[in-house]
Design a protein. Structure first.
Length: 514
């Protein structure tokens, strides 16, 4: 069987096809997308395939049927007309510069003015964009296609600079506001981004904009389903299994645990993040590849300011309306956590959504992002705490040792931060940071465990009390038989009752029973 060629970091459809990279065929959705409306918006996390989707549409609208031979759309009844395309990519620019947005918009408009031999006398970006669309349509006699990639990058990258954010917001509002009066000149327009900012003109003024971000019909338009993984990358799964001493079934289970889990509509498929999945297959290693360069720092600030219980984020309930739009003045971090990909849909009931972390990789990335908010610097601990010694002791079945390290770490936290919620966040973060399978408040027949940590050889069941006693905590584990569901498990079980003390400002005592 021929090894697959992974298109890691490639966002150009033509290059992927012509260079023989494996392409996960999404083209069957194109006719349905065109029938949906004239103006389309799609929100997805970074590195999820939005740029490749727009590049595929670009080639389609240019009439490049030769690139689509053998793909799903090749057998469908569609018109392969060559239309003029304006493709605006706002992804790769330094918007920290005062005139960063001005530079890229001027460059894009100049290139298209030159390519289509359009003479423009207007000065403002909005006026030039208007004249460009109208002149191309009149000159060529065909309506124009507008594709905008990462429209929100000029906002997300300057969220810590209110003045520049306001300036860029005003520019984008005027620029995209052009579209509402250009219906007769535009065949199709699609904009993508991470966040739907409420005060940008495309959302407030464009009445016929269709937001397909939570649509059942288009839930799988980006990302890779498990069916697509098995169809397109069987050799990669086999190599992953062989390299890690696993069966193919076990390798697939690990891939699912690390990288699967995204859901964008009730009737959609669970999806893998393409970036992480392809990197894992290429490297043959279950590593952490997802990093969200576009994650705003104000997301971290919102979590801190809301004093959120971090483990509770794995089961957040919210309304659909809370997921589709954000503003800089909003204080609720949940919409942004969803749109940036830290949270995804778990279940849907009517218009109520339950969210959770999509997979292990993202949960660990989230913990790393929040680490400075809750954990002291390692040099504040005088060598008493090491994350990697902590990890080794968990893996080696040494609960007394890792509990002592946990005690030292908590003691180093400034006193004003101590509270019951704070301790819960610290414990959750520590186990997640070292890559443990840490599950908070798992349901049993007669209660919920505070924390269960699973390794290949051991299972740790924790019950924590605040200003109580470790005896009381351990008794709860035994009285409610939290370990009963693991009776058939081959791993050794440790039951740990622990108490956090407000008077002693930290982890006070614990009892371990195996």
């Amino acid at each position: 069987m021929k090894s697959e060629k992974y298109p890691i970091g490639l966002q150009t459809f033509q290059k992927i096809i012509e260079s023989g990279y494996t392409y996960v065929d999404k083209t069957a959705i194109i006719p349905e997308l065109l029938e949906t409306g004239q103006y389309i918006f799609l929100s997805r996390p970074r590195r999820f395939g939005k740029s490749l989707l727009l590049s595929t549409l670009h080639s389609f609208f240019e009439g490049r049927r030769d690139l689509f031979r053998g793909l799903a759309i090749d057998s469908l009844e569609v018109e392969w007309n060559q239309l003029p395309v304006i493709h605006i990519d706002l992804n790769a620019e330094n918007y920290q510069l005062e005139d960063g947005l001005d530079i890229i918009l001027d460059r894009i408009l100049r290139d298209y003015e030159s390519n289509f031999e359009v003479t423009i006398h207007e000065n403002s970006f909005a006026s030039r964009f208007t004249r460009l669309i109208k002149t191309i349509n009149e000159k060529i006699g065909k309506k124009v296609v507008i594709l905008v990639d990462e429209y929100d990058k000029p906002l997300l990258n300057v969220e810590n600079n209110p003045a520049l954010f306001a300036k860029n917001q005003a520019i984008l509002k005027g620029f995209f506001g052009v579209l509402k009066s250009m219906d007769r000149h535009i065949r199709f327009a699609m904009l993508t981004g991470v966040a739907r900012f409420s005060k940008v003109s495309i959302f407030s003024d464009l009445n016929n904009l269709r937001d397909i971000s939570l649509s059942d019909r288009f839930a799988d338009i980006c990302g890779i389903s498990e069916k697509e993984l098995c169809q397109n990358f069987p050799r990669g799964i086999e190599k992953m299994a062989k390299k890690n001493g696993l069966t193919c079934k076990q390798a697939l289970e690990n891939l699912r645990y690390y990288y699967d889990g995204y859901l964008f509509a009730e009737k959609g498929s669970r999806l893998y993040n393409p970036w992480s999945l392809l990197n894992a297959l290429e490297e043959g290693k279950f590593g952490f590849y997802w990093f969200e360069t576009g994650t705003p720092t104000f997301l971290v600030r919102r979590i801190r300011d809301n004093r959120m219980l971090l483990p509770a984020l794995n089961s957040i309930r919210t309304m659909e309306s809370d997921l589709v739009s954000i503003g800089m003045e909003d204080t609720n971090p949940i919409p942004l956590l969803f749109q940036t990909g830290y949270l995804t849909i778990k279940t849907v009931s009517g218009r109520r959504y339950e969210l959770h972390f999509p997979n292990h990789e993202v949960e660990c990335a989230f913990a790393e992002k929040l680490r400075p908010l809750y954990l002291p610097q390692m040099d504040d601990l005088n060598g008493e705490f090491s994350l990697w010694d902590f990890q080794d002791e968990i893996l080696d079945g040494k609960p007394e040792q890792f509990m002592r390290r946990l005690q030292a770490m908590v003691k180093a936290v400034p006193y004003e931060q101590h509270s019951e919620k704070f301790y819960q966040n610290v414990v959750y973060l520590l186990f997640t940071l070292v890559g443990m399978d840490a599950r908070v408040e798992e349901h049993t027949n007669i209660g919920r465990t505070d924390l269960v940590v699973r390794t290949k050889r051991f299972i740790y069941i924790f019950e924590f009390k605040y200003d109580g006693s470790p005896e009381e905590a351990l008794r709860q584990i035994e009285d409610r038989d939290y370990a009963g569901r693991f009776d058939a498990d081959y791993r050794k079980i440790f039951r740990i009752g622990a108490n956090f003390s407000s008077s002693k400002r930290g982890l006070d005592k614990w009892i371990i029973k195996s």
